[in-house]
Design a protein around this ligand. Structure first.
Ligand SMILES: Cc1cc2nc3c(=O)[nH]c(=O)nc-3n(C[C@H](O)[C@H](O)[C@H](O)COP(=O)(O)OP(=O)(O)OC[C@H]3O[C@@H](n4cnc5c(N)ncnc54)[C@H](O)[C@@H]3O)c2cc1C
Length: 368
């Protein structure tokens, strides 16, 4: 589970302050003094919270929630069986998890839902299960916990995980919500595609639990459209564990470092057999109506010697494989060029070249 370090009395380092404050945007670009103040906080006398009073208020809120549940406008099942039964009985209900996407449809698009079915309290779907070759992440696991699990055998994911939205959104939003929402610029899908993840959809039909499993890329049929039937829910995301010698990187390109949506996202996973590329999978975001696999580029690499010449040819394939749009985040030409550049960066990193990513630079004002 996500730990709040500050309340545990740890020293507030620059890095910790930055992480805890991520997701809070400053309109006057005053980040340095804000970070200075956050670090200084540790020297001030602690202000204790009246937890009894707070808990009491929270209990009252929960009580109001139960009142709404009775009229079926808000259903919050606690078990998978109850969720599937509710989904079968109310296929028209709006499914929600952390509401970090759906909430915007309400407050920005002014949508209203007659019935809401909340998956976020379903015990089974909040679990992360460990198997010899994969982990199964329940759809209602928060993004923070899902990334923490993925980081165990792929620590190189750290920067990418820290750049997904900001801490508050990662603590509320779920991995299942990101995948089910299917935004072409959603960040977890290119990553999960490159890792070879499968999704498991579940439903209750004729009093039987039915499930079907498919590679993530097969979930999507068009812009924010997927194969899920009205009585189905996304239940699990199954992610293969890292294999020895795997070369894996994921790159997010956005205008702002923190709390910004990707213009392009590229995830590459490659396994060498000697000098040759034995296995490769590439997930891409921001270049098509859905998150996609770069199948032509994968074919251009598979079975080839892992050399600069092979990479140069693959860059040409990758730059021609998609026809992205121009929008406020980036022009089509920029997206194409940056894709090629990222593949070149991946090659350089695979050769041990340093100082070509943001992690290797020290930010101004950061203590050494
Ligand atoms: C400030 C901010 C920053 C953000 N930054 C990023 C970012 O950097 N990268 C990024 O990718 N996204 C970002 N997002 C988008 C959002 O946070 C993610 O998509 C998040 O993972 C959605 O999860 P959720 O649990 O909140 O989903 P919800 O909003 O609850 O639901 C989203 C969709 O998924 C469906 N759904 C949810 N759970 C299930 C299920 N189990 N089965 C079937 N359907 C289901 C819902 O019906 C809905 O259609 C950001 C959002 C905000 C507000």
């Amino acid at each position: 589970m996500y730990q709040n370090h500050v309340v545990q009395g740890e020293p507030i380092t620059r890095e910790l302050a930055q992480e805890e404050l991520s997701g809070n945007l400053c309109r006057c670009t005053g980040y340095r003094p804000i970070l200075d103040a956050a670090q200084h906080m540790a020297q001030l006398p602690p202000v204790r919270l009246d937890e009894t009073d707070l808990l009491q208020k929270l209990k009252q809120l929960a009580h109001k929630g139960r009142g709404l549940e009775a009229d079926l406008s808000y259903m919050s099942p606690r078990t998978l069986a109850a969720l599937l039964a509710a989904r079968a009985a109310h296929p028209e209900a709006q499914l929600v998890a952390g509401c970090t996407d759906v909430g915007l449809w309400v407050n920005k698009l002014h949508l209203r839902f007659g019935k809401v079915l909340d998956v976020s309290k379903v015990a089974e779907l909040r679990r992360i299960e460990d198997y010899p070759r994969h982990i199964a992440i329940g759809a209602a696991v928060t993004l923070a916990d899902a990334f923490a699990a993925l980081l165990i055998d792929r620590p190189q994911l750290h920067t990418f995980a820290a750049r997904f939205a900001g801490l508050p959104v990662r603590n509320a939003g779920t991995l299942g919500g990101n995948v089910a929402n299917g935004s072409p610029i959603g960040d977890s899908m290119p990553l999960l595609m490159a890792l070879g993840a499968n999704v498991v959809l579940m439903s209750e039909r004729n009093a039987q639990v039915v499930h079907r499993e498919m590679p993530l890329a097969q979930l999507y049929t068009g812009y924010r459209k997927n194969v899920m039937a009205a009585d189905e829910v996304l239940a699990w995301i199954k992610v293969p564990k890292a294999t020895p010698g795997e070369l894996f990187r994921v790159y997010k390109i956005s205008k702002r470092f923190d709390d910004d949506i990707s213009a392009v996202c590229l995830a590459l996973n490659l396994q060498l057999d000697g000098e040759k590329v034995a296995r490769v999978s590439i997930g891409v975001g921001g270049v098509a109506a859905t998150p996609v696999r770069a199948l032509h580029t994968e074919a251009a690499l598979r079975g080839q010697a892992w050399t600069q010449a092979t990479v140069q040819r693959a860059i040409i394939t990758l730059c021609g494989e998609f026809a992205p749009i121009s929008d406020k985040r980036a022009s089509a030409a920029y997206r194409v060029q940056v894709l090629g550049n990222l593949l070149q960066r991946f090659w350089l990193e695979s050769q041990g070249v340093q100082q070509i990513n943001l992690e290797s630079f020290t930010l101004e004002g950061e203590s050494a």
